[in-house]
Design a protein around this ligand. Structure first.
Ligand code: SF4
Ligand code: SF4
Length: 140
């Protein structure tokens, strides 16, 4: 069975320069789509990836990454649209780079497609009503 999963990897300064993506592709045969990568001032890394491949390969890769000391979070529910708080101002739909947030026409109401979300968090900063929230879940 094939797996396709968006994940966030957090790793300590000692692991920031390790070639994890190379190993995911070469040793585990996974396809890797880099959604976002950054290193904070404390030199801790955060990498958002979409991994796809066979389920056994995916599970072996996750086991290996966890043994290497990476903290892995499932992205599936990370960004949440709190519709009750939303005032339909439309600010988030203008800045969302992936099209996850958009405007339905002709009603001009906001829609959220979490499958398109790349968890850039721009909408969190843009939303005056604080209707966009993050929720990280540990996976595996
Ligand atoms: S986190 Fe980024 S991609 Fe996801 S809905 Fe917000 S602005 Fe769009
Ligand atoms: S910015 Fe916030 S309040 Fe405005 S439409 Fe988006 S979620 Fe709703």
């Amino acid at each position: 069975m094939a797996v396709r999963q968006k994940l966030v990897f957090r790793f300590p300064p000692s692991l920031v320069e390790q070639p994890f993506i190379y190993h995911l592709v070469k040793d585990f045969g996974l396809m890797v789509n880099i959604l976002r990568a950054d290193i904070n001032p404390k030199k801790e890394g955060r990498l958002m990836l979409e991994l796809s491949g066979s389920e056994p390969d995916y599970r072996r890769a996750i086991d290996w990454l966890q043994k290497e000391g990476l903290q892995i979070m499932n992205l599936k529910q990370q960004i949440i649209w709190n519709e009750e708080r939303c005032t339909q101002c439309g600010a988030c739909s203008v800045i969302c780079p992936s099209g996850a947030l958009g405007l339905r026409r002709p009603e001009m109401t906001v829609s959220f497609d979490e499958d398109k979300c790349i968890v850039c968090e721009l909408c969190l900063k843009a939303c005056p009503a604080r209707a966009m929230e993050t929720l990280l879940e540990n996976s595996e």
